[in-house]
Design a protein around this ligand. Sequence first.
Ligand SMILES: Cc1ncc(COP(=O)(O)O)c(C=O)c1O
Length: 359
Amino acid sequence: MKKHNFNAGPAILPKSVLREASRSILDLHHSGLSVLEISHRSKAFESILEETKSLVKELLNLSDDFEVLFLTGGASTQFFMIPMNFLAEHETACYTDTGTWAKKAIKEASTFGNVSVVASSADQNYSHIPKNLKFPKGSKYLHITSNNTIYGTEVFKWPKTDLPLVCDMSSDIMSRPIPSEKFSLIYAGAQKNIGPAGMTMVIIRKSFLEEAMVRDRKIATMLDYRTHVKEGSMYNTPPVFPIYVSMLTMRWIKAQGGLVAMERRAKRRANMLYREIDENPMFQGTVAKEDRSRMNVCFLAATPQAEAMLSELCAANGIEGLKGHRSVGGFRASMYNAMEMGSVQLLVNLMKEVAAKLG
Ligand SMILES: Cc1ncc(COP(=O)(O)O)c(C=O)c1O
């Protein structure tokens, strides 16, 4: 049975990408070698890395002021690498506390310097994005999470600030155009909108790297951004296969019409599902309307019977990964770039069926 993959990550990838990746696992471009076997120093990988980098720059509209790195260790490694490189003990960095991942970033940063939590929605179970931020004078940078995967909120108005803006874009990168000139550092695990788990994309503004690096801290070579910039993401063996699949996905995104097309589709999917949540008496959303994520749609059932019935219908119809995170409960529909409208329509039909039977 065809499965409809609503997993939060690792997550759905375009079928054509999976087909090409599986061909390349057996034989990359008729080279007689699998993409899993090639040397990271080979010409074949050199060209994969170059194309991946140039697709990132083209799709995100990055100027030559930015370096693009492909690292390992997940977005979670960036939680500590950023303050390790940019926050001295006597300095203060601003963080918004908008969910589980932001909280983890805050915890790591506090081990290196001072953290000012400039806004938090923790007291309302992270059901909205706090606005009107104020920053202590002389702060080093502002860290935000653009999409809160677990709670289903997304930033649609970028904060107004003169501080260097650092953003965890793990769960909405490449789902919409971004004003790249506003950012000093962007990072994202690949495993939602771009590729399989195992690669973290880091985009750093060159001047931020030159001017903001801490001066009096010894940093292990592997954890120093300058190492990876100098060695072009090849200081150690890079995650060859995740980079390769990410390149295929970005080729697919480009062929579909780029991030403008991705955003249009994301809006259509989200509008369709949120409309049903608002109209169907058996379900309700968990998030303030203006902050509703297009990537992760969280909703609750009105009764335990409705919850059980939707879960059963989903299982019977090949819908995977809809169970909500334990911190929110209910359901979470993760709808990344490769999610087709047909899958959303199916989910909406099942929700209607629940209402027809129980309403
Ligand atoms: C917004 C966000 N940040 C960070 C992470 C952690 O990523 P990783 O597991 O790659 O360390 C996740 C994982 O889901 C996430 O959604």
